[in-house]
Write a protein that binds this ligand. Structure first.
Ligand code: FES
Length: 105
């Protein structure tokens, strides 16, 4: 069974915004894309850049360091220089709480 933890209230992450938080020893970011929430690990697979601080383009995040793009929904790498996908986490909303899975999907 997958465990979830509450990370924010729904009104704390508006559409187009993100929240970066530490869970255990990992940095994770939750994004609100038009009311849908997605969570990825905040470490670029290319050179450990702070991926979640990059530019949000629809459901894509562009790494601020060298410009690799990833799909927030799947973690799939879309453009080089990164070659490896990044981990994603399940997100659910219970009442007004945004919850993220404690394990990678
Ligand atoms: S560290 Fe992200 S593209 Fe290089």
């Amino acid at each position: 069974m997958v465990d979830f933890v509450s990370v924010a209230k729904t009104d704390e992450i508006q559409p187009g915004e993100r929240l970066i938080f530490e869970l255990g020893k990992r940095w994770i970011a939750v994004f609100n894309v038009d009311g849908q929430y997605y969570a990825i690990e905040d470490v670029c697979s290319h050179d450990d850049g702070p991926l979640a601080e990059g530019k949000l383009i629809g459901c894509q995040i562009e790494c601020p360091r060298h410009g690799a793009k990833f799909d927030l929904r799947t973690g799939e790498v879309l453009t080089p220089p990164a070659l490896v996908d990044v981990p994603v986490y399940q997100v659910r909303v219970i009442g007004d709480e945004i919850q993220v899975s404690t394990e990678r999907s």
